[in-house]
Design a protein around this ligand. Sequence first.
Ligand code: NAI
Ligand code: OAA
Length: 325
Amino acid sequence: MPHSAKRVTVTGAAGQICYSLLFRLAKGDVFGPDQPVILQLLEIPQALPAVRGVVMELEDCAFPLLAGVVVTDDPAVAFRDTDAAFLIGARPRSKGMERRDLLLANAEIFKVQGQALDKAARREARVIVVGNPANTNAAILAANAPGFPTENITAMLRLDHNRALSQFAAKAGVPVGSLDRVAVWGNHSPTMFPDWRFATANGKSLPDLIGDGDWYKSKLIPTVAQRGTAVIEARGASSAASAANAAIDHMRDWFQGTNGRWVSMGVPSDGSYGIPKGLICGVPVTCTPGQYHRVTGLPIDEFARSMLDRTIGELKEELAAIAKS
Ligand SMILES: NC(=O)C1=CN([C@@H]2O[C@H](COP(=O)(O)OP(=O)(O)OC[C@H]3O[C@@H](n4cnc5c(N)ncnc54)[C@H](O)[C@@H]3O)[C@@H](O)[C@H]2O)C=CC1
Ligand SMILES: O=C([O-])CC(=O)C(=O)O
Protein backbone atom coordinates (compact mmCIF):
# COMPACT_ATOMS: atom_id res chain seq x y z
CA MET A 1 0.00 0.00 0.00
CA PRO A 2 1.44 3.47 -0.80
CA HIS A 3 2.40 5.55 2.26
CA SER A 4 0.53 8.81 2.82
CA ALA A 5 2.86 11.77 2.34
CA LYS A 6 4.81 13.15 5.31
CA ARG A 7 4.66 16.89 5.80
CA VAL A 8 8.14 18.35 6.28
CA THR A 9 8.67 21.93 7.42
CA VAL A 10 11.91 23.58 6.35
CA THR A 11 12.77 27.15 7.39
CA GLY A 12 15.33 29.35 5.66
CA ALA A 13 14.44 27.72 2.37
CA ALA A 14 16.23 30.30 0.21
CA GLY A 15 19.50 29.91 2.12
CA GLN A 16 22.66 28.03 1.28
CA ILE A 17 22.09 24.98 3.52
CA CYS A 18 18.61 24.45 2.08
CA TYR A 19 19.96 24.63 -1.47
CA SER A 20 21.54 21.29 -0.70
CA LEU A 21 19.07 19.90 1.86
CA LEU A 22 15.80 20.25 -0.05
CA PHE A 23 16.91 18.15 -3.00
CA ARG A 24 18.05 15.31 -0.78
CA LEU A 25 14.82 15.42 1.21
CA ALA A 26 12.81 15.21 -2.00
CA LYS A 27 14.99 12.32 -3.20
CA GLY A 28 14.15 10.20 -0.14
CA ASP A 29 17.38 10.46 1.84
CA VAL A 30 15.60 10.89 5.20
CA PHE A 31 12.43 8.82 5.04
CA GLY A 32 13.49 6.20 2.53
CA PRO A 33 12.67 5.34 -1.06
CA ASP A 34 8.95 4.57 -0.51
CA GLN A 35 7.90 7.62 1.50
CA PRO A 36 6.42 10.63 -0.35
CA VAL A 37 6.95 14.09 1.18
CA ILE A 38 5.20 17.44 1.04
CA LEU A 39 7.68 20.27 1.66
CA GLN A 40 6.36 23.26 3.65
CA LEU A 41 8.92 26.02 3.09
CA LEU A 42 9.16 29.08 5.33
CA GLU A 43 11.06 32.24 4.44
CA ILE A 44 10.96 35.93 5.20
CA PRO A 45 8.88 37.94 2.67
CA GLN A 46 11.86 39.44 0.81
CA ALA A 47 13.29 35.95 0.13
CA LEU A 48 10.09 34.40 -1.24
CA PRO A 49 10.99 35.07 -4.92
CA ALA A 50 14.25 33.19 -4.43
CA VAL A 51 12.39 30.27 -2.84
CA ARG A 52 10.16 30.13 -5.91
CA GLY A 53 13.32 29.70 -8.00
CA VAL A 54 14.38 26.78 -5.80
CA VAL A 55 10.91 25.26 -6.20
CA MET A 56 11.25 25.51 -10.00
CA GLU A 57 14.48 23.53 -9.71
CA LEU A 58 12.81 20.96 -7.47
CA GLU A 59 10.12 20.57 -10.13
CA ASP A 60 12.80 20.21 -12.78
CA CYS A 61 14.25 17.21 -10.94
CA ALA A 62 10.93 15.32 -11.35
CA PHE A 63 11.41 13.58 -7.99
CA PRO A 64 8.87 10.73 -7.78
CA LEU A 65 8.56 11.17 -3.99
CA LEU A 66 7.82 14.91 -4.04
CA ALA A 67 4.06 15.04 -3.49
CA GLY A 68 3.73 18.81 -3.05
CA VAL A 69 5.42 22.07 -2.05
CA VAL A 70 3.99 24.91 0.03
CA VAL A 71 5.84 28.25 0.09
CA THR A 72 4.94 30.73 2.82
CA ASP A 73 6.13 33.52 5.08
CA ASP A 74 3.59 32.53 7.76
CA PRO A 75 4.97 30.16 10.44
CA ALA A 76 1.45 28.88 11.23
CA VAL A 77 1.13 27.66 7.63
CA ALA A 78 4.63 26.20 7.54
CA PHE A 79 4.12 24.18 10.74
CA ARG A 80 0.55 23.03 10.01
CA ASP A 81 0.19 19.27 10.63
CA THR A 82 3.91 18.81 10.19
CA ASP A 83 5.60 15.43 10.82
CA ALA A 84 9.19 16.68 10.74
CA ALA A 85 10.72 20.14 10.97
CA PHE A 86 14.17 21.35 9.95
CA LEU A 87 14.72 24.77 11.57
CA ILE A 88 17.53 26.24 9.54
CA GLY A 89 16.44 29.82 8.87
CA ALA A 90 18.54 32.24 10.87
CA ARG A 91 21.32 34.71 10.34
CA PRO A 92 24.68 32.88 9.85
CA ARG A 93 27.93 34.26 11.28
CA SER A 94 30.66 35.80 9.18
CA LYS A 95 34.41 36.15 9.70
CA GLY A 96 35.38 37.31 13.19
CA MET A 97 32.07 36.33 14.84
CA GLU A 98 31.42 33.49 17.27
CA ARG A 99 28.11 31.60 17.07
CA ARG A 100 27.04 33.11 20.37
CA ASP A 101 27.21 36.58 18.73
CA LEU A 102 24.04 35.54 16.91
CA LEU A 103 22.19 34.88 20.16
CA LEU A 104 19.95 37.93 20.36
CA ALA A 105 19.53 38.33 16.59
CA ASN A 106 18.17 34.81 16.27
CA ALA A 107 16.33 34.34 19.60
CA GLU A 108 13.24 36.18 18.40
CA ILE A 109 12.92 33.88 15.36
CA PHE A 110 12.81 30.79 17.58
CA LYS A 111 10.31 32.37 19.96
CA VAL A 112 7.85 33.03 17.14
CA GLN A 113 8.46 29.61 15.60
CA GLY A 114 8.03 27.87 18.98
CA GLN A 115 4.60 29.46 19.28
CA ALA A 116 3.66 28.31 15.77
CA LEU A 117 4.98 24.78 16.40
CA ASP A 118 2.90 24.65 19.57
CA LYS A 119 -0.29 25.63 17.77
CA ALA A 120 0.04 23.94 14.40
CA ALA A 121 2.33 20.86 14.40
CA ARG A 122 1.40 17.24 15.03
CA ARG A 123 2.45 16.27 18.57
CA GLU A 124 4.46 13.38 17.06
CA ALA A 125 6.54 15.74 14.92
CA ARG A 126 10.32 15.47 15.28
CA VAL A 127 12.26 18.74 15.21
CA ILE A 128 15.92 19.55 14.52
CA VAL A 129 17.31 23.04 15.12
CA VAL A 130 20.27 23.91 12.91
CA GLY A 131 20.22 27.74 13.03
CA ASN A 132 22.90 29.03 15.41
CA PRO A 133 23.41 29.09 18.33
CA ALA A 134 21.57 25.80 17.77
CA ASN A 135 21.36 24.43 21.33
CA THR A 136 20.07 27.64 22.84
CA ASN A 137 17.71 28.31 19.94
CA ALA A 138 16.26 24.83 20.53
CA ALA A 139 15.82 25.63 24.23
CA ILE A 140 14.02 28.88 23.31
CA LEU A 141 11.82 26.97 20.88
CA ALA A 142 10.89 24.44 23.60
CA ALA A 143 10.16 27.17 26.14
CA ASN A 144 7.73 28.75 23.68
CA ALA A 145 5.97 25.48 22.82
CA PRO A 146 4.65 24.32 26.21
CA GLY A 147 2.04 22.01 24.63
CA PHE A 148 4.54 20.29 22.35
CA PRO A 149 6.64 17.35 23.67
CA THR A 150 10.03 18.79 24.61
CA GLU A 151 11.65 15.39 23.96
CA ASN A 152 10.86 15.88 20.26
CA ILE A 153 12.98 19.04 20.02
CA THR A 154 16.67 18.50 19.28
CA ALA A 155 19.71 20.51 18.20
CA MET A 156 22.29 19.53 15.60
CA LEU A 157 25.62 18.22 16.91
CA ARG A 158 25.92 15.80 14.02
CA LEU A 159 28.21 17.99 11.95
CA ASP A 160 30.68 17.99 14.85
CA HIS A 161 30.23 14.22 15.20
CA ASN A 162 30.90 13.65 11.49
CA ARG A 163 33.89 16.00 11.57
CA ALA A 164 35.34 13.99 14.47
CA LEU A 165 34.72 10.67 12.67
CA SER A 166 36.64 11.84 9.60
CA GLN A 167 39.60 13.11 11.63
CA PHE A 168 39.77 9.88 13.67
CA ALA A 169 39.52 7.67 10.59
CA ALA A 170 42.30 9.56 8.81
CA LYS A 171 44.61 9.41 11.84
CA ALA A 172 43.97 5.69 12.46
CA GLY A 173 44.09 4.78 8.76
CA VAL A 174 40.72 3.00 8.93
CA PRO A 175 37.47 3.54 6.99
CA VAL A 176 35.00 5.96 8.59
CA GLY A 177 32.38 3.19 8.56
CA SER A 178 34.49 1.03 10.87
CA LEU A 179 34.17 3.56 13.73
CA ASP A 180 31.58 3.47 16.50
CA ARG A 181 31.02 4.82 20.02
CA VAL A 182 32.34 8.32 19.27
CA ALA A 183 30.52 11.03 21.24
CA VAL A 184 30.37 14.81 21.00
CA TRP A 185 29.07 16.36 24.21
CA GLY A 186 27.78 19.84 24.93
CA ASN A 187 27.26 22.99 22.93
CA HIS A 188 27.67 23.36 19.16
CA SER A 189 30.45 25.86 19.80
CA PRO A 190 34.22 25.80 20.41
CA THR A 191 33.55 24.41 23.93
CA MET A 192 32.14 21.13 22.57
CA PHE A 193 33.80 17.96 23.83
CA PRO A 194 34.62 15.29 21.21
CA ASP A 195 35.11 12.19 23.37
CA TRP A 196 37.11 9.20 22.12
CA ARG A 197 37.31 7.24 25.40
CA PHE A 198 34.75 4.62 24.33
CA ALA A 199 35.40 4.79 20.58
CA THR A 200 36.13 1.66 18.57
CA ALA A 201 37.44 0.83 15.09
CA ASN A 202 36.20 -2.56 13.92
CA GLY A 203 35.31 -3.29 17.55
CA LYS A 204 38.80 -2.51 18.94
CA SER A 205 39.68 0.47 21.13
CA LEU A 206 40.36 3.54 18.97
CA PRO A 207 42.54 5.30 21.59
CA ASP A 208 44.70 2.13 21.77
CA LEU A 209 44.90 1.94 17.97
CA ILE A 210 45.92 5.60 17.62
CA GLY A 211 48.04 5.51 20.77
CA ASP A 212 48.66 9.26 20.86
CA GLY A 213 46.91 11.04 23.71
CA ASP A 214 48.80 14.27 22.97
CA TRP A 215 47.42 14.33 19.40
CA TYR A 216 43.91 13.81 20.77
CA LYS A 217 44.12 16.70 23.24
CA SER A 218 46.26 19.18 21.32
CA LYS A 219 45.12 18.52 17.75
CA LEU A 220 41.86 16.57 17.44
CA ILE A 221 39.79 18.51 19.97
CA PRO A 222 40.72 22.01 18.66
CA THR A 223 40.45 20.91 15.01
CA VAL A 224 36.87 19.69 15.46
CA ALA A 225 35.94 22.64 17.67
CA GLN A 226 37.28 25.21 15.17
CA ARG A 227 36.27 23.46 11.95
CA GLY A 228 33.34 25.79 11.29
CA THR A 229 35.68 28.78 11.56
CA ALA A 230 38.25 27.12 9.28
CA VAL A 231 35.57 26.61 6.62
CA ILE A 232 34.43 30.25 6.90
CA GLU A 233 38.05 31.43 6.54
CA ALA A 234 38.59 29.24 3.48
CA ARG A 235 35.24 29.59 1.74
CA GLY A 236 34.17 33.05 2.88
CA ALA A 237 30.84 31.51 3.92
CA SER A 238 29.84 29.00 6.57
CA SER A 239 29.56 25.25 5.99
CA ALA A 240 26.51 24.47 3.88
CA ALA A 241 26.58 21.11 2.07
CA SER A 242 28.18 19.38 5.06
CA ALA A 243 25.62 21.00 7.38
CA ALA A 244 22.76 19.82 5.15
CA ASN A 245 24.29 16.35 5.08
CA ALA A 246 24.53 16.30 8.88
CA ALA A 247 20.88 17.38 9.24
CA ILE A 248 19.87 14.57 6.87
CA ASP A 249 21.95 12.07 8.87
CA HIS A 250 20.42 13.26 12.18
CA MET A 251 16.80 12.98 11.00
CA ARG A 252 17.30 9.77 8.99
CA ASP A 253 18.80 8.09 12.04
CA TRP A 254 16.02 9.39 14.31
CA PHE A 255 13.26 8.19 11.94
CA GLN A 256 14.90 4.98 10.79
CA GLY A 257 17.24 3.94 13.67
CA THR A 258 20.99 3.37 13.98
CA ASN A 259 21.13 -0.41 14.61
CA GLY A 260 22.94 0.18 17.89
CA ARG A 261 25.53 2.61 16.48
CA TRP A 262 26.21 5.71 18.58
CA VAL A 263 25.51 9.16 17.17
CA SER A 264 25.59 12.57 18.86
CA MET A 265 22.42 14.63 19.24
CA GLY A 266 21.59 17.77 21.21
CA VAL A 267 18.68 16.58 23.36
CA PRO A 268 16.77 18.05 26.32
CA SER A 269 18.71 17.06 29.41
CA ASP A 270 17.17 14.52 31.80
CA GLY A 271 19.66 15.60 34.50
CA SER A 272 22.13 12.77 33.83
CA TYR A 273 25.89 13.38 33.66
CA GLY A 274 25.41 16.54 35.75
CA ILE A 275 23.74 18.37 32.83
CA PRO A 276 20.99 20.57 34.29
CA LYS A 277 17.42 20.09 33.07
CA GLY A 278 16.33 22.92 30.77
CA LEU A 279 19.48 22.70 28.65
CA ILE A 280 19.61 21.09 25.23
CA CYS A 281 22.99 19.44 25.24
CA GLY A 282 24.97 17.14 22.95
CA VAL A 283 25.14 13.57 24.26
CA PRO A 284 25.71 10.14 22.73
CA VAL A 285 22.51 8.35 21.73
CA THR A 286 21.38 5.32 19.77
CA CYS A 287 18.13 5.42 17.79
CA THR A 288 15.35 2.97 17.08
CA PRO A 289 12.77 4.10 14.49
CA GLY A 290 11.21 7.31 15.85
CA GLN A 291 13.07 7.30 19.19
CA TYR A 292 16.48 8.31 20.49
CA HIS A 293 17.92 6.64 23.57
CA ARG A 294 20.60 8.34 25.64
CA VAL A 295 23.66 6.18 26.23
CA THR A 296 23.56 5.89 30.01
CA GLY A 297 26.00 5.02 32.78
CA LEU A 298 29.23 6.09 31.09
CA PRO A 299 32.07 6.83 33.53
CA ILE A 300 33.12 10.50 33.57
CA ASP A 301 36.80 10.94 34.51
CA GLU A 302 38.47 14.15 35.64
CA PHE A 303 39.32 15.40 32.13
CA ALA A 304 35.83 14.60 30.80
CA ARG A 305 34.27 16.32 33.82
CA SER A 306 36.27 19.51 33.24
CA MET A 307 35.36 19.51 29.53
CA LEU A 308 31.69 18.85 30.27
CA ASP A 309 31.55 21.52 32.96
CA ARG A 310 33.04 24.10 30.58
CA THR A 311 30.49 23.48 27.82
CA ILE A 312 27.57 23.21 30.28
CA GLY A 313 28.70 26.54 31.78
CA GLU A 314 28.54 28.15 28.35
CA LEU A 315 25.05 26.77 27.67
CA LYS A 316 23.88 28.18 31.01
CA GLU A 317 25.41 31.58 30.17
CA GLU A 318 23.69 31.68 26.78
CA LEU A 319 20.29 30.99 28.33
CA ALA A 320 20.95 33.58 31.05
CA ALA A 321 21.85 36.18 28.39
CA ILE A 322 18.51 35.57 26.69
CA ALA A 323 16.62 35.75 29.97
CA LYS A 324 18.25 39.15 30.69
CA SER A 325 17.46 40.65 27.27
N1 NAI B 1 24.25 23.53 13.84
C1 NAI B 1 25.16 23.46 12.88
O1 NAI B 1 26.00 22.53 12.87
C2 NAI B 1 25.23 24.48 11.79
C3 NAI B 1 24.44 25.60 11.82
N2 NAI B 1 24.49 26.55 10.82
C4 NAI B 1 23.57 27.67 10.93
O2 NAI B 1 22.46 27.47 10.05
C5 NAI B 1 21.86 28.73 9.79
C6 NAI B 1 21.57 28.88 8.30
O3 NAI B 1 22.77 28.87 7.56
P1 NAI B 1 22.79 29.19 5.98
O4 NAI B 1 21.76 28.42 5.26
O5 NAI B 1 24.19 29.08 5.58
O6 NAI B 1 22.39 30.72 6.01
P2 NAI B 1 21.79 31.63 4.83
O7 NAI B 1 21.93 33.05 5.24
O8 NAI B 1 22.31 31.20 3.51
O9 NAI B 1 20.24 31.23 4.88
C7 NAI B 1 19.46 31.53 5.97
C8 NAI B 1 18.07 31.82 5.44
O10 NAI B 1 17.21 31.95 6.56
C9 NAI B 1 16.26 32.92 6.20
N3 NAI B 1 15.58 33.42 7.39
C10 NAI B 1 15.97 34.40 8.24
N4 NAI B 1 15.03 34.62 9.17
C11 NAI B 1 14.03 33.73 8.92
C12 NAI B 1 12.78 33.47 9.53
N5 NAI B 1 12.38 34.18 10.59
N6 NAI B 1 12.00 32.50 9.03
C13 NAI B 1 12.40 31.80 7.94
N7 NAI B 1 13.57 32.02 7.30
C14 NAI B 1 14.37 32.97 7.80
C15 NAI B 1 17.06 33.98 5.46
O11 NAI B 1 16.21 34.82 4.65
C16 NAI B 1 18.00 33.10 4.64
O12 NAI B 1 17.47 32.83 3.33
C17 NAI B 1 22.81 29.78 10.34
O13 NAI B 1 22.35 30.16 11.63
C18 NAI B 1 24.11 29.01 10.49
O14 NAI B 1 24.95 29.59 11.47
C19 NAI B 1 25.33 26.40 9.77
C20 NAI B 1 26.16 25.31 9.68
C21 NAI B 1 26.19 24.28 10.70
O1 OAA C 1 30.58 27.85 12.09
C1 OAA C 1 29.50 28.32 11.74
O2 OAA C 1 29.11 29.46 11.97
C2 OAA C 1 28.58 27.39 11.01
C3 OAA C 1 28.55 26.19 11.84
O3 OAA C 1 27.87 26.13 12.83
C4 OAA C 1 29.54 25.14 11.56
O4 OAA C 1 30.11 25.10 10.47
O5 OAA C 1 29.75 24.32 12.45
